[in-house]
Structure formats: C-alpha cells, structure tokens
Design a protein around this ligand. Structure first.
Ligand SMILES: Cc1cc2nc3c(=O)[nH]c(=O)nc-3n(C[C@H](O)[C@H](O)[C@H](O)COP(=O)(O)OP(=O)(O)OC[C@H]3O[C@@H](n4cnc5c(N)ncnc54)[C@H](O)[C@@H]3O)c2cc1C
Length: 471
C-alpha cells in the first residue's frame, strides 16, 4: 500500500488496520462472525465481529458464501506490461492515455493502449504501462518473450529499448453478485461487481458501496437504529452495480464503432491494410473516412462524458421518504446529470461562503466526515432547525444544521438554482450525501413532519410528546 494511503488509513482507524494480514476463513454464527487471519510472519489469529464486509475483489468471501456472479466472464485476458522506455520524442503532451488502432487488424486483440506512469509525468515519463487484449485461448498471452516484439511492432519503433518490470493479467468480465448480503456478511466493491474498465466505474462504484454501507452499520452499531436499515444496502446498491456493469460493457463493446468507421474487419488483414491506407489518402475518400472516424470518436462521449452515469444514480425505493414527485428524465446517453433535491438523489453541489469565517465550502462538505445527518434550510426555516436539534438530542444521533442566509451565503445563487426548494422549505441529507426527506414548504407544526419522517426512516420510536399529544 502506498505510504500516504497507509498513513491516512491509520489516522482514520488508529491501530485498527492489520496491514499485510490476510483473511483465511470465516464463519457466521448468527449473532457474530468469527474471522481467521494470517499475519505476514505466518501466525494466525481469530477475531469476532458483529458484521463482516467482504471487499476483497471477489477472492474469498463471495466464493465461500457460494454467491453466484451472474453475467459474462472471460471476455478478454488483458495483459498489462509495466515497462521502462524513452518515448519522449513520440508522445504528445495533450495525451493522457493513447489507444492504438492496428491498421492491419484493428480489433482489441491485436491492438493496445499505453499510459504514462511517471515518476516524471508527460512525455518524459520513465515508466509506462502497455495494455493488450488476448483471447482466453491464445497461448501467446503467457509468452513474455513475445511482448517486446509486439510492443515494438505496434508502435512501429523496431529498435525501441524496453525494460520489462512486471507483467500482470486481468480478465475483462461483466459480472454481478446475485446477492450483496448473506446473514451478517456483506459484499462490496469488485467482490460484488466487475465490469470492463471503460467509463472508469469500478473504483467509483466500490467507494459508493462503502459509503452507503458504512454509515448504516455505524447507525446500527453505535445507535439504537433498527438493523433492518441494513437490508437497504442491497436494495439501493445492487441496481446501481448492475447499471454500471451494463454501462461498462456497453461502452467497451461500442468502441468497436471506430474500427467500423475505418472499415476494418477482423481477420481480413490485406483488406484492412488497404482501408487504413485509404484513410490517409489525399482524396475525398480519405477525407470522408477521417470525418467519419472523428464522428465515431466523438460518439465515445458515452464513455468520456458520462456525468449522468457517474453522478445521476438514485436510490428510488431505498432509505428515504418519498415526497410524491416524479424523478427527472434520464438521458439514455448518460451525459446529463440533473441536479435535484428529490429524496433518493445525490445532494446537489453548490458553493457556499461561511458568514463567520468567509471560508468557501461545497454543500457536499456540510455533512462532514463523521457520519452526521444534515438538515439544510434557509433563514426562515428555524422550526426545522429546532426540530432537528430535538431529534439529535433524543436519539443521540448527530444531525448538523445549516441555514442559507443565516450561516452561509449562497454564492451566485447556486443553491437556489439547483435546490428547487421554495423559501422556508428544508431537506434532510443522509451521512452519504443523499437526500432522505424534503419539504418544499415551511413547517405547519413546529417541525413535527421532520420528526415523524426521521423516526420512520430509521425505525425509531416516535418522540414521546408526539404519541397522541400534539406540540
Ligand atoms: C487497468 C485498469 C484501469 C482501471 N481504471 C479505473 C478507473 O479509471 N476508474 C475506476 O473507478 N476504476 C478503475 N478500475 C477498476 C478499479 O481498479 C477496481 O474497480 C477497484 O480497485 C476495486 O476496488 P476493491 O477495493 O473493491 O477491490 P481491489 O482493488 O481488488 O482490492 C481488494 C483488496 O483486498 C485484498 N484481499 C484479497 N483477498 C484478501 C484476503 N483473503 N484477506 C485480506 N485481503 C485480501 C487484495 O490484496 C486487495 O488489496 C480499473 C481497473 C483496471 C484493471
């Protein structure tokens, strides 16, 4: 693990992380899970834990639970070659990664992509990773002596000096766990879903899983919140996992339209060479092929501009109180992210300026890192704030409060534009920055609507003064 990540992890959980240890076995006993670990020196230890989260990339926990990974596997064996080379005279500083089209074959199996790895970034990068796709039945994938000639051939630099540091294999697949939970054991991240890397959804989806599950576990373990809220983890996250698996595969397969635009057909080497050369002809045909290729590259915004996919996922039937409004329309090309405070959606971002210390912060940072809820209203919504404070005191659950115009300036009316909440309205935001409840109008009963909703949300007993006795 990178030293900086190790330090951060230690800061967040001092002494609680066993670096270099591996889990070798576990048993769910119903009210606790027994976990066996092995230290780097070979010694084994046993721990008892209330819940276990398998975030092991799918190596042990899911298979031991017998959870089926549904979908397509073995699509491609990607061989990643970590290497040293001087490409400074060839690299264009505008590139981040470079995907090649092999003029003879075009297909992913005969082509590749290269990414600089630093330590000096850009064209003077000393290290690079070259990714190649191989069919699973291609024996050449394990023949390391074939890699250097292949790299030189693809780059068309026959005398390029290359030092291979490491070769690794990873299988492209699109698989989703049939369940995200069995008893007290949960799956998260690549253990629950694996998809092609196109659109970059793997780590994003993994972090979202962790964020979704961790605050719910904290509520159950540290507060008297009904453990039923843990059922909403799979309810909320599995549909997002499926959608992101499907999108990763869709964009992976769709990149073949670039080959099609040139006219490259798998297995037709000679014809492909002629078509590829035609693209560079100084002729109308050459210009037409180039224009068509440009159009197809632009159509890859489904991968490179998928804001709707990255930010627009929702937890419609999950842990929130519906306000009866319709969800905004979904862009089928995944481009548009529609910011909304509708319950079940991600809290929209807006820049705010603190009225006390003039610090500029995002609405996203209002919940803070310690797992608090957030009641967000304006200077008129004092009754909501008072109700939130009562709730926090009664249930010993942290609820931060923020009033626009009272504690913060809404910079350039950004919040007003995205929130869609009239004066005196309020939203309750979960610790993972998703909206749990919303009122588009001021309270009619001293914040009681919020108190009822909060208790219903977390399966808490209603505040005593509300059991038949009005405020
Ligand atoms: C080439 C490539 C490019 C990618 N690009 C992107 C991108 O741009 N954006 C993006 O979002 N994602 C990207 N991804 C995907 C991303 O890397 C994964 O989705 C992400 O790492 C999954 O995180 P994870 O923690 O669930 O699993 P992993 O990263 O696999 O971590 C699991 C950890 O568990 C440990 N472990 C396994 N078994 C045990 C055990 N028994 N005991 C203890 N520890 C164990 C492993 O050692 C590992 O450290 C890319 C992947 C690849 C291969």
């Amino acid at each position: 693990m990178e030293p900086i990540l190790r330090r951060l992890a230690e800061e967040r959980n001092p002494g609680g992380i066993r670096f270099g240890h591996s889990v070798t076995d576990f048993h769910d006993h119903g009210d606790y899970v027994e976990v066996t670990t092995k230290a780097p020196d070979g010694t084994t230890s046993t721990y008892c834990t209330r819940y276990l989260v398998g975030a092991d990339g799918g190596r042990l926990v899911g298979p031991q639970l017998g959870i089926e990974m549904e979908g397509r596997t073995g699509i491609t064996d990607m061989v990643s070659v970590h290497m040293g080379a001087d490409l400074s005279q060839y690299w264009d500083e505008r590139f981040f990664a470079c995907h090649f089209i092999n003029g003879e074959c075009g297909t992913i199996f005969e082509s590749g992509a290269i990414v600089p790895m630093g330590p000096t970034w850009g064209k003077r990068s000393e290290e690079w990773v070259f990714h190649f796709g191989f069919a699973l039945d291609d024996e050449a994938r394990f023949q390391e002596d074939k890699l250097v000639p292949r790299i030189r051939d693809l780059l068309k630099i026959p005398d390029l000096e290359i030092q291979i540091h490491r070769v690794s294999h990873w299988i492209i697949e699109r698989v989703l766990a049939s369940k995200y939970r069995v008893g007290n054991v949960f799956l998260a991240g690549d253990a629950a879903h694996r998809r092609p890397p196109t659109t970059g959804l793997g780590l994003n989806t993994a972090i979202e899983d962790a964020l979704n599950l961790s605050w719910k576990l904290a509520m159950v373990l540290n507060h008297d919140v009904d453990a039923k809220i843990l059922d909403t983890y799979e309810l909320e996250r599995r549909p997002v996992g499926k959608r992101n698996c499907d999108w990763g595969l869709f964009t992976f397969e769709n990149s073949a339209v670039i080959n099609a635009a040139i006219g490259l057909v798998a297995g037709k080497k000679q014809d492909n060479k002629a078509r590829f050369e035609a693209m560079y002809e100084d002729s109308l045909t050459g210009q037409s092929i180039q224009a068509q290729v440009k159009k197809m590259i632009e159509s890859q915004c489904i991968e490179f501009g998928a804001h709707g996919i990255e930010l627009g996922f929702t937890y419609d039937n999950g842990l929130n109180i519906s306000d009866g409004t319709e969800s905004p329309e979904v862009d089928p090309l995944g481009q548009d992210y529609c910011a909304t405070t509708r319950p079940g959606h991600r809290l929209p971002h807006a820049w705010l300026e603190s009225k006390t210390d003039h610090q500029i912060i995002s609405t996203h940072d209002l919940v803070g890192p310690k797992g608090s809820f957030l009641l967000l209203t304006d200077h008129i919504g004092l009754e909501w704030v008072t109700a939130a404070k009562r709730l926090s005191q009664k249930y010993k659950i942290p609820i931060k409060t923020a009033q626009m115009g009272q504690h913060f300036w809404d910079m350039e009316d950004q919040w007003e534009k995205v929130s869609g909440i009239p004066k005196g309205g309020a939203i309750l935001v979960r610790p993972d920055n998703f909206v749990a409840w919303r009122s588009k109008k001021p309270s009619r009963s001293r914040g009681q609507e919020l108190e009822e909703s909060f208790a219903a949300l977390l399966g808490l007993p209603l505040p005593v003064e509300m059991n038949g006795i009005t405020h």
